[in-house]
Design a protein around this ligand. Structure first.
Ligand code: HAM
Length: 428
């Protein structure tokens, strides 16, 4: 029996790599436009980096074990705690705000389903050291610009933005007690997917009053910035609490991205460390899980590195994004294409093929030649199978005349090109 890859782990054949590289290249290009610097960390981390800070959901999915040195370790399920530690260790020396990105491979023991695997690559972009809402807006804009760079528009993708501070204030203001908040957040999170009756029962069992229960569903039902700001007006400091959300919204509008934005308090996010603005990007058909999720987490650096620096960031996985690009036939991925195939007419011509081939590669030309002697016909068949646009045929006549035959493999037309020109990279 042949050994198979583990469930939820992918093998990347060359055609898959082309697609993956296309995604990474687009991520890097947009990150560069936003002047983010790339970093990386260890794929294996101490277990307790996650157990306290990431929240139950991720902790339940950890790939953890005891290593040979008796350390409790885990494959990284997310990048944010590593980032917090790395920034914390050099916080004094780094010029704030820090704008860093990374493309780690992450591991979560998830129930495998469409868009969810046990490993994925995730672009992380984070700004550390800036508490103002323009930092939040900057990251939401970067995430949207990535999707725009893949050719997706507001009809295909939307970002849903919320602010945990706003939800918290509205809930507390309507009679939910501080110790019921977590449950109320969980109910809001599920309010679109599960029946209201069952969720109301959960709240009642936890002692949430009827009035507060109604308020939880009202908060979940608020749509659009205007409705939310109006609801906040009933609170004494409501205007101040609504300010960051309003500013993020206005900044995205100023950037011309308003068509992509929905303000919607049902975005809660599973991770425990978020403290303020949170957001998720979705395909508008809602056939897939979130493409990207993130938000503000102002206390994680304090917890991990004992340093008080505000942070905001997001993670965008390659799996959901890949599904979306595939279903929309937007795989414009192109590999570095073969430019020319060198053909040796006889074994005596192989030296020339090697010399010319190497000279051309030094000049950056992508080329291939057969790695064993064979008929010209077989070499040309291989050239065609590889998709080479042209073949250079080198035989005794060509060596004698100093002129090689360059055949256009699409039209079949031939021309003669001096070997000296070829050596300098002039192929026609
Ligand atoms: P997250 O929501 O857990 O956030 O993951 C972000 C994105 O990664 C998801 O929206 C999804 O596209 C992708 N993703 C997550 N798990 C899987 C999986 N099992 N299979 C495929 N794709 C997956 C975080 O991880 C935060 N640390 C992001 C962040 C960075 N927040 C601030 N900075």
């Amino acid at each position: 029996m042949q050994a198979k890859a583990l469930p939820g782990f992918r093998e990347f054949y060359p055609e898959d790599m082309v697609f993956r590289s296309h995604i990474f290249a687009t991520w890097r290009a947009v990150a560069a436009r936003y002047a983010f610097e790339e970093y990386d960390g260890p794929p294996l981390e101490p277990l307790d980096l996650y157990t306290d800070k990431s929240g139950e959901e991720i902790v339940g999915q950890l790939y953890n074990f005891r290593d040979k040195g008796d350390r409790e370790v885990a494959l990284r399920p997310e990048m944010t705690p590593t980032l917090a530690r790395m920034v914390g260790a050099r916080a004094q020396a780094l010029r704030k705000p820090i704008r860093w990105f990374s493309i780690p491979q992450l591991f979560r023991y998830e129930r495998q389903q469409r868009g969810r695997l046990r490993e994925h690559f995730q672009l992380n972009m984070d700004i550390v050291g800036e508490a103002g809402p323009l930092a939040d807006a900057e990251l939401i804009a970067a995430a949207l610009d990535i999707l725009r760079a893949f050719g997706l528009g507001p009809r295909e993708v939307q970002v849903r933005v919320s602010d945990r501070r706003v939800v918290r204030a509205l809930l507390l203001g309507s009679g939910v007690s501080a110790d019921q908040l977590n449950l109320a957040f969980a109910v809001i999170d599920k309010s679109e997917r599960e029946a209201q009756g069952a969720l109301a029962d959960q709240l009642a069992r936890a002692g949430v009053t009827k009035r507060a229960t109604d308020a939880v569903f009202e908060v979940a039902g608020l749509r659009g910035l205007f409705a939310i700001l109006q609801a906040l007006q009933s609170l004494p400091d409501g205007e101040t609490i609504g300010e960051p959300l309003r500013k993020v919204h206005d900044a995205l509008e100023a950037m011309g991205l308003a068509q992509f934005v929905q303000v919607d308090l049902t975005i809660v996010r599973g991770l425990a460390y978020y403290t303020g603005i949170v957001f998720e990007l979705f395909d508008t058909a809602r056939s897939l899980r979130a493409i990207c999720g993130g938000g503000r987490y102002d206390h994680l650096l304090q917890q991990i590195a004992g340093i008080d620096l505000p942070c905001v960031g997001f993670g965008m996985g390659d799996v959901v994004l890949g599904e979306l690009l595939r279903t929309r036939a937007l795989e414009r991925a192109v590999s570095r294409r073969l430019e020319v195939f060198l053909v040796a007419v006889s074994a005596e011509d192989e030296q020339l093929v090697l010399r010319l081939g190497h000279a051309l590669r030094d000049r950056g030309v992508a080329l291939e030649y057969a790695l064993r002697s064979g008929s010209v016909r077989r070499q040309l068949e291989l050239a065609a199978a590889r998709g080479a646009p042209r073949a250079v045929i080198l035989g005794p006549d060509e060596r004698a005349s100093g002129l090689a035959v360059v055949r256009d493999l699409r039209t079949g037309t031939e021309s003669r090109v001096p070997l000296t020109d070829l050596e300098e990279g002039r192929l026609s």
